[in-house]
Ligand binder design. Structure first.
Ligand SMILES: Nc1ncnc2c1ncn2[C@@H]1O[C@H](COP(=O)(O)OP(=O)(O)OP(=O)(O)O)[C@@H](O)[C@H]1O
Ligand SMILES: [Mg+2]
Length: 528
């Protein structure tokens, strides 16, 4: 839709309108596709109209209606007319109206109509007929006569100039509209780019490392190159591999996953490349491998760091030549497969140790994606928590649950060695344990998370000295665990003793030994 109001306000159009009005006494009318007059000053002022004829037409209510009706009548003719500029005889029967059609993408958008008197000697009977029409419509014959006298008659060259200028107005309208449309779509595009993305396909995350990742994923969406995805356990390597496949040109073909660490060398060989009948005991018929099954699609080689050196050689050959030989076979088969590989291992150091081939490494890491560990993008924790809470509650048909603020704080402190998967499992566990409670209480959160240490993580993060006597260290740990537990369970010794797997009496004894007295500690806390 054209914005006729904005169009008339543009500097170029205003200038052209002034020139046409002052020099040639030509008045412009902006007519939309339905034939409505869109002049912003049409209702209010006749000052803008330089041509005595249109001044006259504008001077009375009846004339405006007349003019309006005239344009509506002309519209079907105009929208079908092939030329850009037409001349017609105007509503009074003797004046000239130029029409310059406005077409955008082959659609009729409206017309610029220009009133003037082209070099005619208005024959007296034409004028007489016009005068009659004006008077019949309720107009004044005297003022009509005056208007006619003051009309400017354009000579041939003036006619040519004004024709060009009118055409220019129509072109400017088109340019203005297309420029605006272009600018608007650019603004939307920029907005989308600037907008923080909270997710990408199934991946959730709005942190900087995730935004950077999404940007790379956008860029490689249409690429066919091999991709190497590196990241710790549970960082979403498989999720990314799928999202790459489903945004690639191969999305309608197969996506096949092979976990290289799940097979021994011989099995992986036949799994990937297939085998011919009789290749080994149990090979009772020819079997296609996953490379062939993934033909024209994507093969996701998970845990590629666990591939044996001889398999690495075979893989390299397929990647370089695009052909493979099934186990026990002799003929080469052609395959068109995009490979995405993933590993949690440090391939660079494996190359140094000689356990991963450098040539294969360079062949697969054409595009290299490093997934951030969850502890490197803690900003995403609330978003992920919400996502998994919703997912878990929805699947169990439970009302939406929320996490207690304290638990969220603990989640921030915890290093998440198992990354997203560990977080997902923890939420799943909390949903089950919290039963019908809407808010999940903090004391249900796993012990290791409350303590802020991973099960396998270093004791150092607990502030324990790893040097010195073992007995001292154990006592220190015991004291810390009991203290944490007492605070967490609000000094519920029965519950804590169960959790710690000791008797209640045993817990009380240990509490006394370490001087963990509820009142004394509350006083200390207050004093602090
Ligand atoms: N950014 C994310 N947003 C939402 N869910 C995620 C995200 N990343 C991973 N997940 C979820 O976490 C779980 C683990 O992801 P995935 O299996 O892709 O990780 P991985 O790196 O392949 O793990 P592993 O190294 O253990 O094989 C999956 O359930 C996955 O859906
Ligand atoms: Mg995986």
């Amino acid at each position: 839709m054209l914005d006729w109001e904005d169009i008339q306000q543009t500097h170029v159009i205003r200038k052209l309108r002034t020139i046409l009005g002052q020099w040639f006494k030509v008045d412009l009318f902006f007519i939309d596709a339905s034939g409505q007059i869109k002049n912003i000053d049409f209702r209010d002022s006749k000052k803008e109209y330089k041509n005595a004829l249109s001044q006259h037409l504008m001077s009375r209510e009846f004339s405006r209606e007349w003019l309006s009706r005239y344009f509506i009548e002309q519209t079907p003719l105009l929208s079908q007319a092939p030329e850009l500029t037409l001349h017609r005889v105007g509503p009074l029967g003797f004046e000239t109206v130029y029409f310059a059609k406005v077409m955008i993408q082959k659609e009729y958008q409206g017309t610029i109509a220009a009133f003037c008197l082209a070099a005619i000697d208005a024959p007296e009977d034409l004028l007489q007929a016009a005068r009659l029409r004006v008077v019949t419509a309720g107009g004044n014959a005297d003022s009509f006569n005056l208007s006619i006298k003051s009309l400017k008659v354009l000579d041939k060259s003036e006619q040519k100039y004004s024709e060009e200028l009118i055409d220019l107005v129509a072109q400017e309208v088109v340019t203005f509209h297309t420029e605006i449309a272009k600018r608007e779509s650019r603004i939307t595009e920029l907005n989308q780019q600037l907008e923080t993305r909270y997710s990408y396909h199934q991946m959730i995350g709005k942190s900087k490392p995730m935004q950077d990742l999404y940007e790379v994923l956008d860029k490689i969406a249409s690429s066919e190159a091999t991709v190497l995805i590196q990241g710790e356990n549970g960082t979403g390597k498989e999720l990314i591999a799928k999202s790459i496949h489903y945004s690639s040109p191969r999305k309608d073909k197969a996506f096949i996953t092979v976990n290289c660490s799940a097979f021994n060398e011989n099995l992986l060989d036949s799994e990937l490349f297939g085998h011919v009948k009789g290749a080994f005991t149990g090979a009772i018929k020819d079997k296609k491998g996953l490379f062939e099954a993934a033909d024209e699609g994507t093969l996701f080689l998970d845990e590629i760091g666990d591939m044996s050196p001889s398999m690495q050689v075979k893989l390299l050959r397929v990647l370089q030549q695009g052909t493979l030989t099934p186990v026990g076979g002799t003929d080469e088969r052609k395959v068109d497969v995009r490979v995405i590989a993933a590993t949690h291992r440090d391939l660079k150091s494996m190359i140094e140790q000689g356990t991963f081939r450098e040539d294969l490494y360079y062949r697969i890491h054409v595009i290299n994606l490093s997934l951030p560990a969850l502890r490197q993008r803690k900003d995403d924790i609330p978003l992920l928590v919400e996502h998994f809470l919703k997912k878990g509650c929805d699947s169990k048909k439970l009302p939406q649950k929320v996490l207690h603020q304290k638990s969220l704080e603990k989640f921030f402190e915890y290093p998440w060695p198992g990354n997203i998967r560990e977080l997902e499992n923890e939420i799943e566990r909390l949903i089950v344990l919290s039963g019908n409670d809407k808010e999940i209480p903090v004391d249900l959160v796993s012990q290791r998370i409350l303590a802020g240490v991973s099960g396998t993580g270093p004791l150092k993060s607990l502030g324990l000295d790893l040097n010195g006597k073992l007995k001292d260290a154990i006592e220190e740990l015991e004291k810390k665990m009991i203290l944490e537990g007492l605070k967490r369970t609000k000094w519920n010794k029965s519950r804590l003793s169960k959790e710690l797997g000791i008797s209640r009496a045993g817990l009380i004894m240990k509490g006394e030994k370490y001087g963990l007295d509820k009142r004394k500690m509350a006083r200390d806390d207050q004093a602090a």
